[in-house]
Design a protein around this ligand. Structure first.
Ligand code: SAM
Length: 385
């Protein structure tokens, strides 16, 4: 039997037309995130009562939100500190008092935003760090820089890390929109007209929407613990937070080869939030810039993922499952059957192929158009014997 024939095309996994943005899932743009229905259905089928979940490439935290909603403890890991913040914001319940506090805080920040244009408050006085970021002016209008700087400064004075993560995520989520960057899937400069106070208004709308969603999430979320760790998945088991721990179920979607450069498309966000993009750029697996080069070799991508799975396997309980969601790619003009290579890599680290599912994806998504015209995605389920 060929490997391909072991993948079952199952329309039950397409979730066509379903809402994928409910509760906190729409907090932050994240091309390449999987739809929440996938981890939810995998957990329903594979997670033992009270079992724990691990996502070694947690990105924007989709798995973590769903694990918490079903009432199970989970740990998410990502290389990028920006996504660690977003994942925390999406999974940390806020108390009623905290949300009321934020609403009042937002009124005050908006008022200060309006007075920026009347009181003569200057960039230097309110946000000195702006001066240290030479490429900001190329990507942001002078008014946007003033307003973002003010918001950033106000966030830094919030009384707790959870509120800082929440408002930092709101700020990060609007930054591409209020910059000259074309979109989350196109790193090119385009002219956009932004009037004074418009950036503040976009932030205000975003934060208000997030507070509304957090009210719903806080009611429906469980007390199960969510931990988010910043670490390179190639040395996952060495992360101090993960040492000597094991998990019942792994659900993850590694970076697709040649599809996206997280460090590049989110660069303006990382700049503003003081995240050093250099280690992220160096350590990110699968990036478009690297694998679009002539003579790029997909073998490096596969061996990187193999290292990650070897580490993941160390953290799995015997009999536990590891579910990987992946799409194929194109490297050096040649199709790469990534899902087959990943089945081999998982097998190579001792995880036995259990079953595979093929699902249809929205191939109009720009995320999927860099490296390939991907129409299908694969869910690989393996078991640790
Ligand atoms: C396809 S995304 C995961 C999306 C996630 N399932 C979600 O729904 O948001 C892949 C993630 O892998 C992360 N990543 C890339 N290289 C990594 C590495 N060496 N170690 C850990 N994470 C890495 C990226 O930062 C990105 O967030």
């Amino acid at each position: 039997m060929t490997l391909q024939s072991q993948f079952v095309r199952d329309r039950g996994w397409d979730f066509a037309g379903e809402d994928t943005q409910y509760l906190t899932h729409n907090f932050h743009p994240f091309p390449g995130k999987f739809i929440p229905q996938i981890p939810k259905k995998l957990m329903e089928g594979l997670l033992p009562e009270g079992g724990s979940v691990l996502d070694p490439f947690c990105g924007s935290g989709t798995t973590l939100v769903e694990a918490n909603l079903v009432g199970n403890p989970c740990v998410g890991v990502d290389l990028n500190p920006l996504f660690v913040m977003v994942s925390r914001a999406k999974t940390t319940r806020l108390a009623k008092g905290e949300m009321l506090y934020l609403e009042r805080w937002l009124d005050q920040v908006s008022e200060k935003g309006g007075s920026l244009y009347y009181s003569g408050l200057g960039t230097k006085r309110v946000y000195p760090s702006v001066e240290q970021k030479p490429d900001l002016s190329g990507w942001f209008s002078a008014t946007a820089i003033k307003e973002i700087g003010l918001i950033k400064s106000e966030i830094s004075h919030l009384p707790s890390d959870r509120l800082k993560d929440f408002c930092g995520t709101a700020l990060s989520s609007i930054l591409v929109r209020v910059s000259y960057q074309d979109s989350d899937t196109r790193y090119a400069r385009v002219e956009k007209k932004l009037s004074p106070t418009q950036t503040m208004q976009v932030f205000r709308d975003k934060l208000n929407d997030m507070i509304d969603r957090m009210r719903d999430f806080s009611v429906r979320a469980s007390d199960a613990k969510v931990e988010v760790v910043c670490h390179d998945a190639r040395s996952l088991a060495e992360a101090p937070e993960l040492r000597n721990r094991t998990f019942d179920l792994v659900i993850t979607s590694p970076p697709y080869v040649n599809a996206y450069d997280y460090h590049k498309y989110h660069r303006q966000r990382m700049n503003w939030l003081d995240v050093d993009s250099t280690p992220v750029r160096t350590l990110e697996i699968g990036g478009h810039d690297r694998y679009t080069r002539k003579n790029a070799d997909p073998a490096t991508y596969v061996s990187d993922l193999k290292k990650c799975f070897a580490e993941t396997s160390k953290l799995m309980k015997q009999g536990g499952r590891c579910c990987v969601v992946i799409g194929d790619g194109i490297v050096g003009g040649k199709a790469v059957p990534t899902h087959e290579l990943i089945v081999d890599a998982l097998w190579g680290v001792g995880l036995k192929f259990d079953y595979g599912i093929t699902r249809k994806v929205d191939s109009s998504s720009k995320y999927f158009r860099n490296g390939a015209r991907i129409e299908a995605e694969y869910i690989i389920v393996t078991k640790k014997p």
